[in-house]
Design a protein around this ligand. Sequence first.
Ligand code: PHE
Ligand code: ZN
Length: 886
Amino acid sequence: MRTEQSKTIYLKDYQAPDYLIDETHLTFELFEDHTQVHAQLVMRRNPALSAELPALVLDGQQLELLELKLDDRELGAGDYQLTDSTLTVQPTQASFVIDSTVRIHPESNTALEGLYKSSGMFCTQCEAEGFRKITYYLDRPDVMSSFTTTLSGDKQKYPILLSNGNPVASGEEGDGRHWATWEDPFKKPAYLFALVAGDLWCVEDTFTTISARNVTLRIYVEPENIDKVQHAMDSLKKSMKWDEEVYGREYDLDIFMIVAVNDFNMGAMENKGLNIFNSSAVLARAETATDAAHQRVEAIVAHEYFHNWSGNRVTCRDWFQLSLKEGFTVFRDAAFSADMNSATVKRMQDVAYLRTHQFAEDAGPMAHPVRPDAYMEISNFYTLTIYEKGSEVLRMIHTLLGAEAFRKGSDLYFERHDGQAVTCDDFVKAMEDASGIDLTQFKRWYTQAGTPRLAVSDSYDAAAKTYTLTFTQSCPETPGQSESSKLPFVIPVELGLLDAQGNDLPLRLQDEAAAGSNRVLSVTEAQQSFTFVDVAEKPLPSLLRGFSAPVKLSFAYDRDQLMFLMQHDSDGFNRWEAGQQLSVQVLQELIGQHQRGEALVLDARLVSALRTLLQDDTLDQAMVAEMLSLPGEAYLTEISDVADVDAIHGAREFARQQLADALFEPLWQRYQANREVSRNTPYVAEAEHFARRALQNIALSYLMLGDKPEVLAAALDQFENSDNMTERLTALAVLVNSPFEAERSKALEAFAEQFKDNALVMDQWFSVQAASTLPGGLARVQALMEHPAFTLKNPNKVRALIGAFAGQNLVNFHAIDGSGYRFLADQVIVLNALNPQIASRLLAPLTRWRKYGAERQELMKAELERILASGELSPDVYEVVSKSLA
Ligand code: PHE
Ligand code: ZN
């Protein structure tokens, strides 16, 4: 597998395509043991280039060429050259037509890229470079063509035949086969092509657009799942409306389809008019999907729908520009989710996720800028940096420009570039042109990798009544970029100053007229001071409100100040943030005690801060739930210089236990009150209900640490007598992590029996056990791999069991005998041959070896080396392993 593909590709080598494809006409004949693909490409020399006619090099992999024609002339073996990834032909005229016929094998495609089969149906995944596994083509996003697609297959097995655009014709072939033709009038790159053939049912609805066009909406699923699509349909309609209202974007075809497939490498895919989704990102109903799953469905449906403009109508020139569509679309879906639910809670969750996972990526061997300048395998660059940090970069532009100018910029971007394949620079230019703001320095966010540090100090001059904040920024070294080579970023710092009563003070900088109480400072220099005037008393600063920039901020707050901010900050996000910082300080103290072998002593201030929150029933319950959640072990790992796995786990568990004991009364009271409402309220997938269940469930997870019989009884009751998966799964999780062995195995058995035919619910069942930190984790995971519901061929299963073990069960995965590492490497080696994309993603925890002590470092490196030496590596796995050993 590792041939010339492990070459590095550079942004600086970008060249416009020699030839363009105006029309693509495809015919698929689907059979059980092969598929035949005929492609007719209407092509011409790129008019932007010279009149010479260089050789035409088409991409193609794993294709069996049956026939090739140039302008109706059959080409013989001497007329073209084939390699395992290209087909080269010499055109003789500026305009010409290429006809090719190839045979492919979707029935044995386990990589789930190109055309493949999932649970008996045919489907495709072409982003980023999967189309070349379907036919010979110019498989690059700056080649945009109209598509006509005809598919034919057995009528009984595949009654539904779908592709992009509008259906234009269909018919019978007489031998039990039928066909359908679809036409997509919008020019698109090949990565947005899709085809589906299967025995599917659909739920249909309509949406009337702002200009009164009727759009047919269909969600296709396997028949047994037809009762689980209403939530996705509702989400779709909300998304369509929201994009009209907030971005002025109207849908453009007469039909919009979503198809759910069980075997899918990612969450979902935005193919034009025919989104293909991992079933986990579509199916949701109370009995089988948690609140988190409902919110994830809503967000992913929105994300893929929003791509119709940010990605499809305006696409990427090359894959280095991936964040152009992904960062923008994540930014859009986050704003949508914030509008649909609680904006502050959404922000807290996104920031916690970013700081835990993207910051770790930024500090690891695969760190790369939001716009990378080199890659070996593009599939490895669908990263948290491209998506989440990319979204933060857009959020900062939004903050710096303001909502109105940002909207003008996005209107200009869509208008200027509709139908084009463009770059991140084009996007920023539209923002600059619409706002008049110069973003030259700001663009360093696109080119410099790593998470900037922002240290802040203050001083108050009582006589002059001035208050000065001094910011110092730096950015650590990342692969290929030394610390000293990095230039200062533009860091928007939203802030307020609190007086002794906790009220926001008016903020006026020297030489300024007006004063507000909340403002954004642009920090643009390596070191920079801002002086506020007329400050009557020494204030307490509330910095980086709403997490206005993706940086590591440090300011020497003491614990009393953090408690004060927790109670008084007018910014809800920063109240939570103060609580997180307080918890981090307290936990780090415990980690130190653990490491020195001292008795652990929890700072009572954390107890009292959380007690105050629990006793205040005027607070948003979702917020209280989030504030009760201590920073995770993965985050504590990320912020350690050398992560001590056992001390982190020991300290955090100790704190949880202490909090559970000290706060038993208020926790029990709020648990019972909320459970009572849950018991008497039918399930509703809305923010207020999510909030109630979130608080109820975090309370239960603390309460269970107390070994009290009334709590065990409550957990069992919640497990047995809930109408929804949110309550049931939490009850199962607390039982699985409890010492009550009999109850635990009984619950696990009952759950598996009830849901054995529901793959997505069984994924939850695997995950809950894989994440259990009780001793013996690896043995449990190994036993579960033998379970009939488990298979390495399904990415959701791999993530649910192996991914959850390595990513969430840190004490067991990092067992000091190296058994967890060995296990993960074994699975990566098997998956490398089956599904390279999944193998390379699964590998991520091993690449973080530099974070740990010497003993673990050696063990982790040894496993990476074993993978490297294991034989034929896919480019995906090779790139990640070799870079993490470099
Ligand atoms: N483009 C998809 C999205 O973010 C993700 C994806 C990438 C899916 C590659 C499949 C393969 O919406
Ligand atoms: Zn996307």
